[in-house]
Design a protein around this ligand. Structure first.
Ligand SMILES: Nc1ncnc2c1ncn2[C@@H]1O[C@H](COP(=O)(O)OP(=O)(O)O)[C@@H](O)[C@H]1O
Ligand SMILES: [Mg+2]
Length: 304
C-alpha cells in the first residue's frame, strides 16, 4: 500500500542553527506515528517542512504521493493540522469557527456532523473563550478534520492541559485514527507517546536516534527487566537456566531476577514448573521514559 508519508534526508538550518539534520522516516496509512523529543530537537521544524509551511534546505517529502512544495493545493486537501489554542479569537463562536474553516477548505465535511461527532452540539453558540479546556481541545480537533484529511498533524496537542483534559485528548486521538485518518503526533511526553503511538521516532538535536514500536524501544533500550518474589526454598539454582534470566540476587527470602525479554512470564513459567507459585511475584515496569533517557544520554556522550 502507498505510504501516508515519506520523509527522506530532510535538512533545515536557521542561520547557524541546524534544526533538522538529515531526517528520514515513513508513516503507513492508519498509523499513529510519534515524533518524540525534548524541546528544540527539531520536531516542529520537521512537521512544518512536511506541510510546506517552511521550505527545507534539502530532502524530499511525499504525502500520499504528493510533493508538498510542488502541489500545495492538493496537500491542503489531504492534510489537517491542529491549531494552537492562541490562534483562535476569544469571541469566535463554535459554529462560526467551523463554518469559517469549512468555507476556506477545499473538500469540507459537513461541520454540523463534526459538531455532533465531537460532542459540541450544545456548545454551538458558545464563544471560544467560554469553552472548558476539554471543549476547546475538541473544537481544535474538529477544525483540523474539517477538510476530511487523510493525514493529520497534532503538534504538542496536550501541552498545558490538566490530567483529565489530557485523557480526553488521548481518547480523541484514538478516535481520529479509528475513523481512518493517519496521525502524526508530535510530543515531548513519554507517557503520551507510549500510550498512543504504534511507532515512533526519537529526535535529538535534529536527528532520529531511534525508531520503533514503544514496546520494541523499551526492550531494546530500557535496560534489564527485573522480577521480584519471596520464597523459603533454599535452592534456586535451576532458575538460572530459565529463558531470559541473567542474574539472580537473594537476601533472605527476597529474590530478585534480572534479565531480558518478557522476564515476568519466563520466571513465572519456571517457578510453576518447579512447583512454586509465589503470590507476590511482580516485575518492575520499564517504560518508554527509561528507554528515552538511556538513548538520549548515550547519544549526548557520543556527541561531546
Ligand atoms: N524560526 C526560527 N528561527 C530560528 N531558529 C529557530 C526557529 N524555529 C526553531 N528554531 C530553532 O531550531 C531548533 C529546533 O526547533 P523546533 O523545530 O521548534 O524544535 P521542537 O519542536 O522539537 O521544540 C531549536 O534550536 C530552535 O531554537
Ligand atoms: Mg515544537
Amino acid at each position: 500500500m502507498e505510504n501516508a508519508l515519506i520523509v527522506d534526508g530532510l535538512r533545515k538550518r536557521y542561520g547557524h542553527t541546524t534544526a533538522v539534520d538529515g531526517v528520514s522516516f515513513e508513516v503507513a496509512p492508519g498509523e499513529i506515528f510519534g515524533i518524540l523529543g525534548e524541546n528544540g530537537s527539531g520536531k516542529t521544524t520537521t512537521v512544518e517542512c512536511v506541510q510546506a509551511l517552511r521550505r527545507a534546505d534539502s530532502g524530499s517529502v511525499r504525502v500520499f504521493g504528493v510533493d508538498p512544495q510542488a502541489d500545495r493545493a492538493r496537500l491542503r486537501s489531504i492534510v489537517g493540522s491542529q491549531l494552537q489554542e492562541s490562534e483562535l479569537p476569544d469571541r469566535l463562536r463554535v459554529w462560526e469557527a467551523l463554518d469559517l474553516f469549512s468555507a476556506i477548505s477545499p473538500a469540507s465535511a459537513d461541520w454540523r456532523e463534526l459538531l455532533a461527532d465531537w460532542g459540541l452540539a450544545d456548545k454551538r453558540d458558545t464563544a471560544f473563550a467560554s469553552l472548558s479546556g476539554g471543549q476547546r481541545q475538541r473544537l481544535l480537533v474538529a477544525l483540523a478534520l474539517v477538510n476530511r484529511p487523510r493525514l493529520v498533524f497534532l503538534d504538542e496537542m496536550t501541552t498545558g492541559l490538566d490530567p483529565s483534559a489530557r485523557r480526553v485528548a488521548w481518547d480523541l486521538i484514538d478516535e481520529i485514527r479509528a475513523r481512518g485518518t493517519t496521525v502524526v503526533l508530535v510530543t515531548h511526553f513519554m507517557d503520551e507517546a507510549e500510550r498512543l503511538c504504534d511507532r515512533l521516532a526519537v529526535f535529538q538535536r535534529g536527528r532520529i536516534i531511534a525508531e520503533g514500536t514503544p514496546p520494541g524501544l523499551v526492550d531494546a533500550h530500557a535496560g534489564e527487566a527485573a522480577v521480584f518474589f519471596t520464597t523459603d526454598l533454599a535452592d534456586l539454582s535451576w532458575l538460572a537456566d530459565a529463558q531470559g534470566v541473567e542474574r539472580i540476587e537473594r537476601t533472605g527470602s527476597h529474590v530478585s531476577v534480572r534479565g531480558t525479554g518478557p522476564l515476568l512470564a519466563y520466571t513465572a513459567a519456571a517457578l510453576v514448573a518447579h512447583g512454586i507459585a509465589p503470590t507476590d511475584l511482580r516485575s518492575e515496569r520499564r517504560s518508554l521514559e527509561d528507554a528515552f533517557l538511556a538513548l538520549t544520554t548515550a547519544e549526548a556522550e557520543v556527541a561531546t
